[in-house]
Design a protein around this ligand. Structure first.
Ligand code: NAP
Ligand code: MN
Length: 265
């Protein structure tokens, strides 16, 4: 870690966190880190807050592959936050020892038919903003697969599998498996409309195409992690596992399965 010394701090704006961050500035100085004002000058981006703040830190700093992201939580243990604002000793320990390792999390790449590109660490979600159901044609590697009718569809990453995906009955996927999972939100299944009805996990080489079939009154809400995207004018989304990974630091005694067990069991 010695050549990585420029740190950008991204935080949830609360008085408690801003106060705590002052202590971290001191700690940083002690170990020769330099705080920078712009994320483009940083090779370490530290997020202070919850998992939601970590996701925002990525979206707001451009999903940098050449930076190391570190999540510091504000009390509650999270999935992306391996350190706590209330435990600077543990961070100090991490700086001095080999108790930390760099993890590489798979992400999704979403391309729209009007040429916009987005990255997700948790998921892509498409939901209707109207009371009526809406319709999406689903293609896998260009093959027409099914026509979905219902509330919406979600495509999650392995690390996103413990979030929205889990609430929809999706499987928890090990982050060591570069993959994406398609889950349904309240699909209509009857003699006219038929969908797979179970979550579908796809490998790295696959491309999923979601074509929104619009009748003119509906404008879907497209979510990229915790941000709503304005894609009113594009009707086709291509989703695949990206070559870009998110590098993050974790303590070796806090495995993905520790987190799953701590949160759900
Ligand atoms: P939020 O509404 O505050 O988030 C909901 C909860 O999900 C929070 O407790 C958040 O943790 C947690 N979370 C975020 N990423 C997670 C992950 N990878 N694994 C397990 N839990 C996770 O909104 P937010 O904090 O901005 O988080 C955005 C995420 O919320 C979205 O990406 C989506 O996955 C999820 N979400 C879930 C539902 C649902 O389950 N019905 C609906 C909408 C959105 P923190 O408290 O640490 O932030
Ligand atoms: Mn949150």
């Amino acid at each position: 870690m010695t050549d990585r010394k420029n740190v950008y701090l991204f935080s949830k704006k609360t008085e408690e966190i801003e106060q705590k961050i002052l202590e971290f500035r001191e700690l940083g100085r002690k170990y020769g880190f330099k705080l920078v004002d712009h994320p483009k000058d940083a090779n370490i981006i530290a997020s202070f807050g919850g998992d939601g703040t970590f996701l925002q830190a990525l979206q707001k700093t451009g999903f940098r592959e050449d930076a190391l992201y570190i999540g510091v939580n504000d009390g509650e243990f999270g999935f992306y936050t391996d350190f706590s604002i209330h435990d600077p000793d543990r961070i100090e320990l991490a700086m001095q020892s080999d108790m930390v390792e760099v993890l590489r999390y798979p992400t999704l790449e979403v391309t729209t038919d009007d040429g916009q590109k987005f990255h997700c660490l948790n998921e892509l979600s498409i939901r209707s903003n109207i009371i009526k159901t809406f319709v999406i044609d689903v293609y896998v590697d260009g093959l027409y697969f099914e026509t979905f009718r219902g509330d919406g569809l979600l495509v999650s990453t392995p690390t996103g599998s413990t979030a929205y995906n889990k609430s929809l009955g999706g499987a928890i996927v090990d982050p060591k498996l570069p993959s994406m999972q398609l889950t349904e939100m309240a699909s209509v299944n009857n003699n006219r409309y038929r969908t797979l009805g179970s979550p579908l996990v796809m490998g790295k080489e696959r491309e999923l195409t979601l074509k929104i079939v619009q009748d003119g009154n509906d404008h879907p809400i497209v979510g990229i992690d915790n941000e709503a995207m304005g894609i009113r004018h594009s009707h086709e989304l291509h989703v695949k596992v990206s070559d870009r990974v998110v590098k993050t630091l974790r303590m070796k005694d806090n495995l993905f399965y520790h987190k799953v067990k701590r949160s759900f069991l």
